[in-house]
Design a protein around this ligand. Structure first.
Ligand code: SPV
Ligand code: MN
Length: 623
């Protein structure tokens, strides 16, 4: 450590913190910290390692800072964000580009120098009178080929506490990398705080990704998606690192599906929000490895995935004993849970869709709340926010998979891409090949955004592999990396497309909430070649008899031919319209791989041929 850094650190920290820092022998880290101290001017600096005592101290700090308050149940705390700060802010999240570099269409970026100047002006002096927290976490299982050590500097005990729940400790990992290894750096400040301890200057909220330095700076915000460095901020850096090193960083869950004879097959799945991602990852009777982020690597010729995280930052709305019994139990029993932006009454958390009547008053992100309270724009404020969340560690769940921390990750048997439309995609189908799946499923994901009024079509939003907000390299390159990833493998995992949201002529959903359990079991059998399928124009479709059997086995439900026909009939016209929309998207992307246009065009040929022969709506039996 340089004498200058040492003197600065000594002036700000106690001997225990200094010893932890000295133990790391990492000059790049010391320079990062010294710069952060000089810029943010904290009253003191506290360094935390992976020990339970230090994690207790972080938990306590979140309470001492009054960013979290204890609820009546042991281990439960509540955190509120500002009313203007309840979700990720893609509009204020930008890549900082060195001179001469471009990322292409669809990625928000600005010049590095200009961006650093702006955000550093907001960070200047922001921690006066506060404690700067310095902690270390690891993306992926520690000691594994997936592991990326990270350091988080923040003035928020809530951010650090969330990270202790969501990520594996990284202090020991830092010791291992010494002076030479790569690591990601995150500097965050909540900025000026109001009397309720929430960020005031949310109009100056900035999340800037300094890609040249593997560093993210974030200020004037508290919402975890903007502040917890290892979550979506690190995903952007990881996508760049994966591009450099030849692997993939994906916005995917990892699920273990139990097959016949005690076999377990792992699936990774990408779904835009509100398309059924968590409920698929938490399917009853299966096991969860992760609900949000996966790294893919080929190891010894096998396609393997690891959960980047070890916890869940999940949407709480509609978690109830009927639909999510496992999560509900964790949220209603003693043990560590951070609730955010729910309604609190008498020290208890309440949220929309929890399965019981909510109190008519209490405290929520808007402050004291009574039913009917309106916001500044005159809109009624709901009891709890639609993006209110819970933060827990995965080990609390009864269905956590034993391989969660396996340094080799799990072998991926299949990939699932889940969209949301009322009238186009079949409930489940399998692609013809890796390339066909990547292009017509992953790179064609759309989700209807409106709470579709009966009969009316929702507004469809394109979301490339559900990773659109996080792709940090040109979009075409990202797709090409996906296409190439499985190319050298003896057997690429089959790719499945699912859609849980088809509606009938009466506007009602054609499927029950739990039918996805059947689709996943069918996919499991397909991975092992144990059921046949019907070749349609957009993929392999299940046979009625196989689904009928699975509905009986998995859900104890009957499944009629009429239901099957309505759900799986090929909607030729709507599929052609979708192809038009997607083709248009890619015509606008300068580096879109040729494979995209080839796959989309052959899919169109197949659909047109079918339309000519059999019309706009065709039953699988007619193929
Ligand atoms: C998502 O929005 O995809 C999340 C939550 O998983 S956030 O941390 O906000 O990204
Ligand atoms: Mn996510």
């Amino acid at each position: 450590m340089s004498g200058k850094n040492e003197a600065l650190f000594k002036s700000k920290m106690d001997s225990a913190s200094l010893a932890k820092l000295t133990g790391l022998e990492n000059d790049k880290l010391y320079d990062f910290l010294a710069d952060a101290i000089a810029l943010c001017e904290p009253a003191k600096v506290a360094v935390f390692d992976d020990s339970p005592a230090d994690h207790d101290a972080i938990r306590q700090l979140a309470k001492d800072n009054r960013e979290e308050a204890s609820l009546v149940m042991d281990g439960h705390t509540i955190h509120f964000d500002s009313c203007n700060d309840l979700a990720r802010d893609p509009g204020s999240t930008k890549y900082l580009l060195p001179p001469g570099m471009t990322l292409g269409k669809g990625l928000l970026a600005m010049g590095r120098e200009e961006g650093l100047k702006e955000i550093r002006s907001y960070l200047a002096g922001c921690m006066k009178g506060r404690t700067m927290i310095v902690c270390f976490f690891c993306l992926g299982p520690t000691g594994s080929v997936f592991a990326i050590p990270c350091t988080q500097i923040t003035d928020s005990g809530y951010v650090a506490h969330s990270e202790t729940l969501l990520y594996r400790g990284g202090y020991e990992q830092f010791r291992k990398i010494g002076n030479s290894g790569e690591f990601f750096r995150f500097l965050h400040s909540a900025g000026r705080l109001g009397p309720d301890l929430t960020s005031i200057d949310t109009d100056k909220r900035r999340i800037y990704i300094d890609i040249a330095q593997d560093m993210v700076l974030s200020v004037n915000t508290q919402y975890a998606g903007n502040t917890v460095g290892l979550k979506k901020l690190a995903l952007r850096l990881a996508i760049r690192k994966a591009d450099r090193d030849g692997w993939l960083a994906e916005h995917m869950f990892t699920l273990g599906v139990n097959g016949p004879g005690g076999r377990k097959t792992y699936f990774c799945g990408a779904f835009p929000s509100a398309c059924g991602k968590t409920s698929t990852a938490m399917l009853p009777g299966e096991s969860i490895v992760g609900d949000d982020l996966a790294y893919f690597r080929v190891i010894d010729g096998k396609f393997r995935a690891a959960n980047v995280e070890k916890g869940i930052f999940g949407i709480i709305q509609d978690v109830n004993p009927k639909n999510d019994p496992v999560i509900y139990k964790v949220l209603t029993t003693p043990g560590e849970v951070v609730f955010s932006n729910v309604l609190v009454k008498d020290g208890k958390p309440h949220w929309l869709g929890m399965g019981c009547e909510l109190p008519a008053e209490g405290v929520n992100a808007s402050g004291r709340w009574t039913k009917g309270k309106k916001d500044a724009a005159g809109r009624e404020i709901p009891a709890s926010d639609g993006n209110a969340r819970y933060t827990i560690s995965l080990h609390r769940l009864a269905n956590v998979d034993a391989a969660l921390n396996d340094p080799a990750g799990v072998v991926v048997g299949g990939i699932i891409y889940g969209g949301r439309d009322s009238d186009t995609w079949a409930p489940v189908q399998q692609s013809f090949s890796w390339r066909h799946g990547i292009v017509t499923m992953g790179a064609s994901l759309e989700s209807e955004t409106t709470a579709a009024t009966i009969g009316q079509q929702g507004v469809r939003k394109f979301n490339l592999m559900s990773n659109m907000d996080f792709v940090a390299i040109p979009l075409g390159k990202y797709i090409q990396n996906n296409l190439d990833f499985a190319a050298g493998l003896p057997k690429a995992p089959p790719i499945f497309g699912v859609n849980y949201f088809l509606r009938g002529a009466d506007g009602n959903y054609l499927n029950g909430m739990l039918d996805k359990a059947v689709w996943v079991k069918w996919a499991e059998l397909r991975v092992h070649g144990q059921v046949e399928a019907i070749k349609g124009p957009t993929g392999f479709l299940p046979k009625y008899a196989d689904l009928k059997k699975l509905f009986g086995q998995v859900l104890g439900k009957d499944y009629t031919q009429a239901q099957y026909d309505e759900q799986f009939k090929i909607r030729v016209k709507e599929n052609l319209a979708k192809l038009d929309r997607i083709t248009k998207v890619y015509q606008d992307i300068a580096d879109a791989p040729k494979a995209i246009f080839e796959e989309l065009s052959t899919q169109r040929d197949r659909l047109l041929a079918l339309q000519k022969a059999k019309g706009d709506y065709v039953l699988p039996e007619q193929l």
